[in-house]
Design a binder for this molecule. Sequence first.
Ligand code: A3P
Length: 312
Amino acid sequence: EILCELCPRYILVGEDGTCLGEEYTKFAEQIKNLEVRNDDVWVVSYPKTGTTWTQEMVWLIASHLDFDGAKKPLIERFPFLEASSILNSEKFNAILKLEVNKFEDTVKTVRNQKSPRFIKTHLPFSLLPDEIVNRTKTPKMIYVTRNAKDVCVSYCHHGNLCQGWKTNVENFAKVFMADRAMFGSFWKHNLGVWEHRDWPNLLIIKYEDMKTDLPAVIKKVAWFLDKHLSDEDIKALTKHLSFDSMKKNMALNGEIFFDMLRKHNLAPKEGKFLRSGTVGKYKEELSPETVEKLNEWIKQNISGTSFEQYYD
Ligand code: A3P
């Protein structure tokens, strides 16, 4: 068995043994007991599936295309619920607390947000607040997913860039398939939400669909959020959400954060959060043997479910 070799401070949490940062235990109860509001808008996802892209789309649609308001950092408009719990070393924590004290208690940030709140989380369904799981509250939730192989490669680069990992794609694929990357099993995460796909307050979207036909996904999300967008609006939003435009957008491209990490030698000199933004790029990075293993792993995990995954 592969225990997490990415970080000695990762622990296994909950009945499913989800791999999380050890700081999570400080927030677990508060997250479970969070008072959810029916007018909250949640973006839920496994890391590297297109969360940031989805958040920006959702925020702008829900905010009547307030492009001016969107100049404020996304992390402030759309806080990351458990961000405080993913910090992974004393040095990392100390520097973050020093430089960005907003990270100190992100659950409190969410609790104190004015309505309508926008909330991002990577937690698996079983660790979401009780009021969501038992349906006493029905906030709108958008879940985004992506081809597991692209997620695997993207996650490896991301971890090396800003989680202090020192690994390569071949090795990371093993950790990923052993469910020992942070946020645990990709499949438990996806299938845990897929089980509830008939909930009227849940919309599941795919990264690949956003790549193929972003205007169609924008329309679907607008309909889900009860917002009307004109053709002009859709055009403007599609442009704003393009990879090139987002890459330059300091409100969400992470550059400020990475510069801060680099200043303290906590991130490699090279590397971008908006890295490749493509479908199927894993083919250039993973060996054919590893791709074969991943294909087998995907098949095993989705067989007997109606979950669809793009294989290519
Ligand atoms: P890659 O590393 O494959 O490039 P998350 O926000 O969940 O961390 O996901 C990040 C991934 O989404 C990265 O994938 C990033 O490049 C991609 N992404 C972000 N914005 C995008 C956009 N506008 N168009 C295409 N891909 C985008």
